[in-house]
Design a protein around this ligand. Sequence first.
Ligand code: NAD
Length: 505
Amino acid sequence: MSQSIAARTTELLTRLGVESDAYTGGTLASFSPVTGEEVARLKPHSAEDTRQAIASARAAFEAWRTVPAPRRGELVRLLGEELRAAKDDLGRLVSIEAGKIPSEGLGEVQEMIDICDFAVGLSRQLYGLTIASERPGHRMMETWHPLGVVGVISAFNFPVAVWSWNAALALVCGNAVVWKPSEKTPLTALATQAIFDRALARFGDAPKGLSQVLIGGPDIGEALVASHDVPLISATGSTRMGRIVGPKVAERFGRSILELGGNNAGIVCPSADLDMALRAIAFGAMGTAGQRCTTLRRLFVHDSVYDALVPRLIKAYGSVSIGNPLDSGALVGPLVDGQAFQAMQDALQAAKAAGGTVHGGERVSVGPDTAFYARPALVEMPEQTGPVLEETFAPILYVMKYSDLAEAIRLHNAVGAGLSSSIFTLDLREAETFVSAAGSDCGIANVNIGTSGAEIGGAFGGEKETGGGRESGSDAWKGYMRRQTNTINYSTQLPLAQGVVFDIE
Ligand code: NAD
C-alpha cells in the first residue's frame, strides 16, 4: 500500500505534465497524510529565485496591463478548459496530498473551474462609476487599473482552490501572480502550474513569468511579503501567520488580503428542522476531518431541542466512516500530520479540564502508524471557555445549551475570529435578527445551511482575527485593482470645487 501511493503520485504528476526533475532529488519532503509516507522530494526555491521571480513577474505585468481585459479573460477561459481536462487527476492528487475524500478533492478543482468561468465574464465587467460633477462642463468618473504583482500565500487545506480564487481575478484585472503554496502541499501547486502553462501556450502571446510558483517554507513567504515590487499580498492561513504578515505589508504601505482562521458557530433554534440541521452540522463539523477554515466548531442548541438533537449527533459521531480517502467510501479522512493530532488531543484535554464531556476524539488505526486518523469529537460544554475560544484545526465540535437568542448571539460573537456562521430556524424574526446589523458579526452568515461549503459567486472572507479580506465573487475583484478618480473639464472655464476663488492676473 505505502509504495502504491508514491507510485500513484508519480503517475498522476506525469499525466498532469510535471517533469520528474521538479519533485525528485531535493531537500523538501512531501508527505501524504493518507499513509504518512514520503511521496516526493522537491528542490525549494532560494531567496535569489524569489527575487528573480518577482522581477520577471513585474516585467510580465508591464506588458499584460496593456492587453485588453476581455483578451486577458481568454487566457483564464483556456485555464478553465485545461482544468476541466485535468479535473480527475488533479482532484486525486489533492486527495493524496491533503487527505481529502474524493468528492472533496474533485470539488476543490470544480471550484477552480467555477472561478475561471466567473472571471471570464468579469473580464468584460470591470466597471467604474460615472459621477455627477458639481462644476459645469465637467465629468467625473472612476477607472480601475491593474495593480502590479500579486503575491499569493496559501494554506495546506485548500491547496489549489485558493490560488485560483486569487489568480483568476488577478489575471483578468491585468496583474501578474507569484504563488507561495504551503510547504505541506507543493505537488498540487506544481501540477497547477503545469496546467496553467498549457493554457498559456495555447493563448500564444502572453508575457513570460505572468504566473509563477515558488516552492518553500515561510522564508519564501517572508521574501514576498517584504518586496516593494509586490503591491498586494493575499495570504491565506492561520491567524498566527496573519499577525506577522499583516503588519509587515502595512509597514511598507502595501495592500493585503488576509484570509485567516475561523472559529465558526451555529445556533439551533426551537423551530429548527432538526433533520436538516443534523445533516448540515455533521458535514460542517466532520467534513474534511474538521480542516476547513469554515468548519463548524461551536454549536449553541436551544434547551427545548437539545435532547432531540444532541444524542442523534453523538450517534452520528460514533458511526461516521473514517478511512483511507483513496480506497474506501469513508466520509472522514486523515488529519494532515501528527502535530495536528496532538493539537486535537491537547484541546480535548483542556476541554475536559474545563468541565466538558468528550464523545469520540480517539485515534483510529488506518494503515501505518505514520498516518493520523481520529474519530471526530463532540464535546458537551457547560460554558464557552478555554479551548472553545480558539480554533483547533481538527474535528472538534463544542456543543452548548442556550435559552435566550440574544444571549446566544452575544456568545456566538464573543470569540476572536469572525469567518462563518449559521442559524437553523423556521422563525422569520430569528433568521432576520441573525443576519441583521445586531446579529452575527461574521463575514458569512447563513440560514438553514451549515457554515462550510461556500459558493464562488459571493465574496469570501471574514472579520476580526480572520483578517477582513475578501476573495472570489461579488466585487472582490476591486481588491486586485487600483481605483483612479478622473475629472475631465470640457468647458472653457476653470471653476474650482467648493466655490473657491483663486483668480490671478
Ligand atoms: P499556516 O499559517 O501554517 O500556513 C499558511 C501559509 O503561510 C503557508 O504557505 C506558510 O508557509 C505561510 N507562512 C507561515 N508563516 C509565514 C510568515 N511568517 N511569512 C510568510 N508566510 C508564512 O496555515 P496552515 O496550517 O497551512 O492552514 C490552516 C490555517 O489556515 C487555519 O487556521 C485555517 O483556518 C486557515 N485558512 C483560512 C482560510 C480562509 O479563507 N480564511 C482558508 C484556508 C485556511
